[in-house]
Every structure is written in structure tokens, then in C-alpha cells.
Write a protein that binds this ligand. Structure first.
Ligand code: SAJ
Length: 422
């Protein structure tokens, strides 16, 4: 098990969570091997570079690679601690797809030795860590697996969900509290000792199942609350009210804190994780399911409202501001802004101009449409209508005099001083 000696660590999956995690662990002084299935990712990291955009990550990776603390590989090798950070998407009908987690576990099992710790960080349905445990026990009958062997186990298995916010990952990896769920209390303590090396937030131990559920609950809580804001915005459109004004007035109440409406919920977390709860207990999750549907339905509402404004105002050049799933990042995964802009491009062709400072070219979904990617200054010169799909700082900073006389559909509420258009 982990002693005072600095452990060697393998981080499996070098994506938005795995790479920053590997780099932070390496900075704490551990020798880290990052493992990924993509050759380009491995090569990029070994050259001290990064393949994703995240604040301050480039300098950190460059530093730990040049000091020999982080290297990447396509191959699994022995280590003292294994941290699995691979995707957990869902299949058709929102059934969780655990194939990446189980494949990573099987590969870890091949190189496991007595004394090692295996930690799952990927957001996962309740019971996944136990499935990993069962797979390891099946593949490695020579090891004493916790919860299965009769005596004292000689490996530890735990679940510790990542809960960092894209755009603030390096800060939150250190600062956030952690829930550390062990297959047994002893496993939780082993994992705790590891996280204490680089986490400054409080680390609280629990069971693997409770930690799995906690992560799903956190993102479902946010989804349900965003759905409330999105439903209010649809109701306000119907009643001719300004939802931003209503929310900001309601939020003056000391115990009310309504979130912000938008074009829907994007990213690979909040729009996905509630389905893992719904799948686990379908009869008992009507509220969580409805919230998911409200947030997904917001995309169609925005599309219809935008089309109505374009048609009624005979808009000629329509600027869609933003494609990312949220502000100030280059991540377009499951982005409602992207889905809306693509559909508008299909409907209105060359009238649609896309402004996205985080893209060098239009994504593939625009293939076959005549929409164009232009910069914000060109849009302000040439476009008569603006649809704010993402609240990037650069859009928020445009002063009223530059927007004067434009037709505006402010989906994100970034220009409260804009005179209303119908
Ligand atoms: N959104 C709104 N209105 C709001 C807040 C967010 O429409 O008031 C939208 C965003 O525009 C975006 C989506 O919701 O499309 C999700 O954005 P987010 O900033 O709420 O969250 P993510 O997906 O970037 O990160 C979440 C975080 N979870 C919580 O805040 C509970 C993060 O801490 C998790 O680590 C991450 O999911 C994850 O990996 O699970």
C-alpha cells in the first residue's frame, strides 16, 4: 500500500480532466505516466505541449515534462497508484456506456501488483467501482481484492469524482473539497493519503457508492436549477416579460438564487450525468427527467424565436455570437449554441454569419451550408441582427453605441442596456 515513499502514478485518459490531473500530480513530485489511446495526444505531451485549451495548463505541462516528472505513452506500465479519467458517455436511450472504464480497468489489472491503489475519477453510475473490483478479482485471482478476499486485501480500490470547472481546472483541482469513496474504509484511507499530496481542499471519506451518487447529484442539482431558469425564460417570452429583470429582482430575496437562462445545457457533464440517475431509478426520478427535457427543449425554443425575429424583421445578415458550450472556452462538445447555429445555417444559408473567437474554421456540421465565419468587427459593420448564443467576455464588452439600431435576440442576457426589439 502507499507508504511515505513518493508513489509512481499512472493516469489513464489524457483529456480535459486527465491531463490537468496528471500535471498537478507530477508537480507535487510524483513520477507520472500519462496513458492515452491517441498517438497524437501522446506525442504532443511528450513534446511538452498540450492538445486542449485550459488556463495555465500549457506552462505547467511544459514544466513537468521538461523536469522528467510527466511522460505519456500508449502502453500500460506498472505503477503504485492508477487514476482512471476516461469518458463515460451514454449509448442510445441514455443507457450509460461503461466500456472505456472497464477497458481501462482490464488494462490496469494486467500490470497490478500487491500494494497498488486503483482510483476511478470518471463520472459513473452507482455501482461502477464495484464492477471494476469484480473485473480485477476475475482477472487477478492471485491478488487479495477488497470486499472479496477473506483476509486483509493487498490492493485498494476507490472512487473519487473530479468536480473541476472547465476554465478553472488547475485552481479547482487543488482548492475543491473531495469526496473519496472506498470499496472498504481501508481503501478510502489509502486514496485519501494519495490526494492529500496535492489537494488543499478538505478530503472526506465515504463509500464508493455514496461518492458515485454524490457526483451525479451535484450535476443534476445544477441541471434542475438551470431548467427552472430556462422554463422561466420561455414563460416570460409568452407573457412578454423580460426574464433577466424578473430573475434579478427575485434574486434580491435573501433565500432566492435563480441561475441564468441560456440556449440549453451543453458540455459532457451536466447534460449527461442526470441520465445515470434516471437510468438507475427510472420510476423515482420524474423531476430530474423533466429538467433534462426542459433544457434540451430550450434549443428548439431559441431556434423558433430566432427564426420568427429574422422573418418578422426581414433581417439580411444575422450574426450568431458563439458556438462554445459556455463562455471563454474552446470546447464545443454538446454545445446548444452550435446546434442552434447549424440549424439556422441550414434554414437561412448565406445570411448566417458565425462569430467564434475560439474557432479557426467552421466545424463540420456547417458543411454544405453557405454560412461564413467572420470576426466581431466585421459583424458589427455588416450585420443587422445579432443572436447572443454564448456569453464570451469579448461579446459582453461591446458598448451600446456599437449595437445601436441592431435587431438583437439576447439569448444569454449579456446586453441588459440594449433597447428591446420584437
Ligand atoms: N449554464 C446555464 N446557466 C447557468 C449556468 C450554466 O445555462 O446559470 C449552462 C452553461 O452555459 C453550459 C452548461 O450549463 O452550457 C454547463 O456549464 P457549467 O458551467 O454549469 O458546468 P460544466 O459542465 O462546465 O462543469 C460542471 C460543474 N458541475 C457543477 O457545477 C455542479 C463542474 O464542477 C464539474 O466538475 C463538471 O460539470 C464535470 O466534469 O462533471
Amino acid at each position: 500500500m502507499i507508504s511515505d515513499k513518493t508513489p509512481s502514478v499512472a493516469v489513464i485518459g489524457l483529456g480535459y480532466i486527465g491531463l490537468p490531473t496528471a500535471a498537478v500530480i507530477a508537480r507535487s513530485g510524483c513520477n507520472v505516466l500519462g496513458i492515452d489511446v491517441t498517438e497524437h495526444v501522446v506525442e504532443t505531451i511528450n513534446n511538452g505541449k498540450i492538445h486542449i485549451e485550459e488556463v495555465d495548463l500549457d506552462g505547467l505541462v511544459q514544466g513537468v515534462v521538461s523536469r522528467g516528472l510527466l511522460r505519456a505513452s500508449l502502453k500500460f506500465e506498472p505503477a503504485d497508484v492508477f487514476v482512471i479519467a476516461v469518458p463515460t458517455p451514454f449509448k442510445d436511450n441514455h443507457v450509460p456506456d461503461l466500456s472505456y472504464v472497464l477497458e481501462a480497468t482490464a488494462n490496469v489489472a494486467k500490470v497490478l501488483k500487491a500494494g497498488d491503489t486503483v482510483i476511478l475519477e470518471s463520472t459513473s453510475p452507482v455501482g461502477t467501482t464495484e464492477q471494476m473490483r469484480d473485473l480485477i478479482a476475475e482477472m487477478r485471482p492471485d491478488l487479495d481484492v477488497p470486499g472479496i478476499c477473506e483476509g486483509t486485501p493487498n490492493i485498494a480500490i476507490a472512487y473519487c469524482p473530479e468536480r473541476v470547472l472547465p476554465g478553472k481546472i488547475l485552481e479547482e483541482l487543488i482548492k475543491n473539497d473531495c469526496s473519496i469513496g472506498g470499496i472498504t474504509p481501508r481503501c478510502a484511507r489509502k486514496a485519501l493519503a494519495f490526494y492529500k499530496r496535492f489537494v488543499r481542499g478538505e478530503c472526506v471519506t465515504t463509500t464508493a457508492r455514496a461518492a458515485e451518487m454524490t457526483k451525479l447529484v451535484e450535476n443534476s442539482y445544477r441541471d434542475v436549477n438551470i431548467a427552472f431558469a430556462n422554463e422561466l425564460s420561455i414563460i416570460s417570452d409568452d407573457m412578454g416579460l423580460d426574464v433577466w429583470e424578473v430573475i434579478s429582482l427575485a434574486n434580491r430575496h435573501p433565500r432566492v438564487n435563480i441561475l441564468q437562462p441560456g440556449p440549453g445545457v451543453g458540455g459532457h457533464c451536466i447534460a449527461v450525468d442526470p441520465w445515470f440517475i434516471i437510468h438507475g431509478s427510472p420510476e423515482n426520478s420524474p423531476l430530474i427527467k423533466t429538467a433534462r427535457n426542459v433544457n434540451d427543449g430550450k434549443i428548439d425554443h431559441v431556434l423558433e424565436q430566432a427564426s420568427k425575429m429574422i422573418d418578422e424583421n426581414s433581417a439580411q445578415n444575422i450574426a450568431c455570437l458563439g458556438l462554445a458550450f459556455k463562455a471563454n472556452i474552446d470546447d464545443f462538445r454538446e454545445s446548444p449554441a452550435l446546434k442552434i447555429a447549424e440549424k439556422l445555417a441550414k434554414r437561412y444559408g448565406s445570411k448566417i454569419k458565425i462569430i467564434e473567437p475560439y474557432a479557426n474554421a467552421l466545424p463540420n456540421g456547417f458543411d454544405g451550408s453557405d454560412a461564413q465565419l467572420i470576426d466581431i468587427d466585421a459583424a458589427l459593420d455588416d450585420c443587422d441582427m445579432f443572436i447572443t448564443l454564448v456569453d464570451h467576455d469579448i461579446f459582453k464588452s461591446i458598448p451600446l453605441d456599437e449595437r445601436q439600431g441592431k435587431i438583437v435576440y439576447d439569448v444569454r442576457g449579456i446586453w441588459p442596456d440594449q433597447p428591446k426589439t420584437n
